[in-house]
Design a binder for this molecule. Structure first.
Ligand code: ZN
Length: 254
């Protein structure tokens, strides 16, 4: 039984037996894992608030067999106060978390994915421009997350003729082939209007870092998110339609 102190992102929390909780956590060292924290159920005076979206510091007793580990000595490292109580931002957080839960199996160590999730929570805390801005931010995050799992996409140039995306026109995405083409090369590419990435979105997806997002129209933002979601589901082999996506769609009036 190994013991270690670590920081983890809380991906989900459910009650477990009388007074415990079962948490799915993600840490730099251990990747995704599940743990039981005893005697810290909500309403308990001794409770430590382990809530979805927090980063907690804790000790983990890793069991060699079975995959339910024991978590003790929890304290909050960061609870992202700007996300709490923000319905749209928590909906967006929940969608990314559900994709992580669906796509990353337990036991693999993914330090880059841990850093990615922490950056996502920080970025989401600060992103502005209302719901449109949040959707624009999320669509880039979904493409980037697929990239971390080996399904990166290059929006900066046409995969056929090499034409550089310069913002003067839209590009077309073929989800199944994982390729982007310019307008000229789009015929016979399985390109339909709903696979069109607006010029502004293509520049945003090909820019590095998470600087200021472009101001997309509501329609462009919604279309970009739908493409990013369909692309993630296809390549990360997420079979079911996620309820958290349906909720974001509902908020966006899609
Ligand atoms: Zn081309």
């Amino acid at each position: 039984m190994a013991i270690g102190k670590t920081h983890s992102v809380v991906l989900s929390v459910t009650p477990y037996r009388e007074s415990s909780i079962l948490a799915v956590l993600f840490s730099r060292e251990h990747g995704r894992f599940s743990g039981i924290a005893k005697g810290i159920r909500r309403g308990d005076r001794r409770r430590v608030p382990v809530e979805r979206g927090y980063i907690i510091e804790h000790i983990v007793y890793l069991k060699q067999h079975g995959d339910l580990h024991q978590i003790t000595d929890c304290s909050i490292h960061d609870y992202f106060p700007l996300l709490r109580g923000d319905l749209e931002k928590t909906a967006i957080r929940d969608l990314l978390f559900d994709i992580v839960l669906s796509a990353v199996p337990a036991g693999d160590s993914h330090p880059d994915v841990y850093d990615f999730i922490v950056e996502f929570l920080t970025g989401l805390s600060n992103v502005g421009q209302g719901l449109r801005g949040h959707l624009t931010y999320l669509s880039k995050i979904l493409f980037a997350f697929s990239g971390h799992l080996g399904f990166g996409l290059d929006f900066s140039q046409c995969s056929s003729c090499g034409y550089r995306t310069d913002g003067s026109g839209p590009v077309w995405l073929n989800i199944e082939q994982g390729m982007v083409r310019c307008e000229r090369c789009s015929s016979g590419f399985g390109a339909s209007a709903d696979r069109l990435v607006s010029a502004g979105a293509a520049i945003w997806f090909s820019s590095s870092g998470s600087g200021d997002a472009p101001v997309l129209s509501g329609k462009e933002a919604v279309a970009a998110l739908r493409l990013a979601y369909d692309y993630s589901r296809y390549h990360l082999e997420i079979r079911k339609n996620l309820e958290s996506y349906a909720f974001v769609e509902h908020l966006a009036g899609m």
